[in-house]
Design a protein around this ligand. Structure first.
Ligand code: NI
Length: 646
């Protein structure tokens, strides 16, 4: 065992446990057996042609108030010949189609099957081979061809009758497991018809030499540091959580773990047992959409909506004990559908574990000498997806102080451009000699269906105001907060403003805490900024959630994705801007909060050849939800040197 190995990595490690094929609740993820049932049902209900593709199979979550309808699934079947998607709702208990709807003129998310197909076709195309020869490449098998969803820019080549993708190429000149992004084939760009694999456009500019570095990150090719000693997390009595199927109970928290092929990890029915009373907090929480817009005019089309255009759930990694998660782990397996209709099981897709979280609270009474320290811990629920060059980890934390936090960990390899050594551009930064990291942002939109104490809920905005110097504030130090309640959707389209410490709180106006305030949870933003594409850009219409940090809508089961159900090749305007145009009332109802967070990525040399994790997220902090510190009853731990209460 090398010094760097920190724990056994066997998936059958006795410290780990798994949930698989135990789906029984209407919100549970589909099992592989259920995916097979869905496909059988769809084969009966839908005309299957030679090019028919199965795009997505996920649990269809019950509409609020209709939870008794049993388990249902949603299957999307792509019929490229007809340019349509058939949505089949499957009643899993009866094993039959409950609804079959054909949606014309939409394009589903891009599938890996399509990427594999066009890559083979392009490598065989004489024009592409000629372009490779110009760059001294004889073997097209050494070239990776990455897809970029084509978006919509109103260009003549964006023939709306075709299903299109733009492509970028990279070479692995040393071995086929080396870092392709070290060697972009600059100036070689394509536009491909995904249905026919025909290259519609192949732009072959003057070649730029391959950057000199190899971008190597594999340990066998590096000199590794030798002073990392093992670290083991021991939980001799097992973890403090209980798992029953997909239901989890931990430290007063109760929730259901969910998953779908589009968003990946979902939390359902998050509630807190407050002195014997089960109090609901969130009905549902997910990252519902994301977009990664690039800021180079030459790459105007590079702004993939990874969730809606690529179904990130299907790109979920199988996690490894001791590597992705540490400690006593419970894994949840999930299942998706392959394009040919086969069920695909992703073992150990979602990881549940506890982490030490530093000090929860502390006080030393300097007069009496009594010391009280409580160690905090948090429950971590996470999954990780690989989207081409990037990895995204979606982490949700539940804490003993009533806090819920969401953290997205971005890692992997930055998107690169080759430049002549010594050249630079205004729209990126050199990360290695001859290798440019293009300016870009990663913008995520969280969909938070609140249910504080069963509702009704409202959303308030609080600003802080300085009292003008004068009779009321003779020394100029005074400030106060002013709170108002949003009454309609248009009022609640808001942006962060640190100049007034602007903050947003979800409250239940019908339930008061011990000091008479409405119980609430406040949204605490983390890293954020604004979009830098122009207001009339395609990006800001197609992914309009990027335009504002906060949106609030009344719950509508049809409003699931902030850039719309079918964003692939969509012209824009769907989702949040179209729903909120109705300016519906949102006060004292079942509210859904949409929070946009924007990670501004100006690449640096330290991001190369693989990027250390960058984090972006937010917290939901109890704001008068409890009558006192909810972590007061956490017992003092016995430390090796005595007690944390002395
Ligand atoms: Ni980035």
């Amino acid at each position: 065992m090398s010094r760097n190995e920190i724990a056994p990595t066997s998936p059958v490690d006795p410290d780990s446990s798994r949930s698989a094929d135990v789906a029984t609740h209407p919100l549970d993820p589909l099992s592989a057996a259920e995916v097979e049932v869905c496909v059988e049902v769809a084969r009966e209900a839908v005309e299957i042609g030679p090019r028919t593709r199965f795009v997505l199979a996920s649990t269809l979550e019950p509409v609020r108030g209709e939870e008794d309808g049993g388990r249902r699934a949603e299957l999307l079947v792509h019929q490229p010949e007809r340019r349509s998607v058939v949505r089949v709702i499957v009643d899993l208990e009866r094993g039959e189609a409950a609804e079959v709807e054909t949606i014309e003129g939409v394009e589903p998310a891009l599938g890996l099957d399509e990427v594999e197909r066009f890559e083979v076709a392009m490598r065989a195309d004489p024009r592409f081979q000629a372009a490779l020869k110009r760059r001294g490449i004889d073997d097209p098998a050494t070239v990776d061809i990455d897809p970029v969803p084509v978006g919509y820019y109103g260009l003549p080549e964006e023939d709306v009758e075709r299903r299109l993708v733009r492509v970028l190429a990279y070479e692995r000149p040393t071995d086929l497991a080396s870092n392709a992004y070290a060697h972009p084939l600059e100036g070689l760009f394509g536009l491909v018809d995904l249905n026919t694999c025909e290259i519609i456009q192949l732009e072959d500019r003057d070649p730029v030499p391959l950057p000199p570095g190899d971008g190597e990150y594999r340990p066998e090719n590096l000199q590794l540091r030798e002073d990392v000693r093992p670290i083991h997390i021991h939980q001799p009595e097992g973890p403090s959580f209980e798992v029953d199927g997909y239901r989890v109970r931990w430290q007063n928290w109760d929730l259901r773990v969910g998953f779908n092929s589009r968003e990946g990890l979902v939390l359902h029915d998050v509630s807190y047992n407050d002195g014997g009373e089960e109090r609901s907090v969130l009905r549902r929480a997910s990252i519902a959409e994301m977009v990664v817009p690039y800021g180079d005019p030459d790459r105007f089309y590079q702004s993939p909506l990874d969730i809606g255009e690529l179904n990130v759930g299907t790109m979920t990694n199988s996690l490894t004990l001791g590597c992705d998660c540490l400690g006593a782990i419970h894994y949840f397996d999930v299942a998706t559908v392959a394009a040919d209709g086969g069920a695909v099981t992703i073992p150990q897709a979602i990881c549940l574990h506890e982490e030490d979280d530093g000090i929860l609270w502390k006080h030393s009474d300097f007069r009496t000498g009594t010391i009280d320290v409580r160690r905090g811990r948090r429950l971590v629920i996470s999954n990780i997806v690989t989207v081409g060059n990037y990895e995204y980890g979606f982490f949700w934390y539940l804490q003993q102080d009533g806090m819920i936090a969401c953290e997205i960990k971005a890692t992997g390899i930055v998107a690169t451009q080759a430049l002549e050594v010594g050249e630079e551009t205004e729209y990126g930064k050199l990360v290695a000699p001859g290798l440019n990291g293009i300016h870009h942002q990663h913008v995520f939109c969280a969909r938070l269906d609140f249910d504080l104490d069963g509702g009704p809920n409202s959303v308030t905005e609080t600003r802080t105001e300085t009292t003008p110097k004068g009779a009321d504030n003779p020394h100029g130090n005074a400030w106060k907060t002013v709170t108002r309640t949003f009454t309609s959707e248009s009022e609640a389209i808001r942006d962060l403003d640190i100049s007034e410490a602007r903050s947003w709180t979800v409250v239940n106006p019908e339930r008061r805490n011990a000091v008479g305030q409405p119980v609430g949870y406040r949204l605490l933003p983390g890293d954020n900024t604004v979009p830098f594409a122009t207001p009339d850009s395609s990006l800001r219409s197609r992914a309009a959630f990027v335009n504002h940090h906060l949106w609030v809508t009344p719950y509508d089961p049809a409003e699931r994705y902030p850039a719309g159900e079918f964003p692939y090749q969509h012209r824009g305007g769907d989702g949040l801007p179209s729903w909120t145009a109705a300016d519906r009332p949102i006060e004292g109802t079942d509210v859904v909060v949409w929070y946009t967070m924007n990670h501004h990525h100006v690449p640096r040399p330290e991001d190369w050849p693989v990027m250390p994790v960058a984090k972006i997220g937010f917290m939901l902090k109890p704001w008068g939800f409890f009558d006192r510190n909810p972590g007061l009853d956490v017992p003092p731990t016995a430390s090796g040197e005595g007690s944390c209460h002395a």
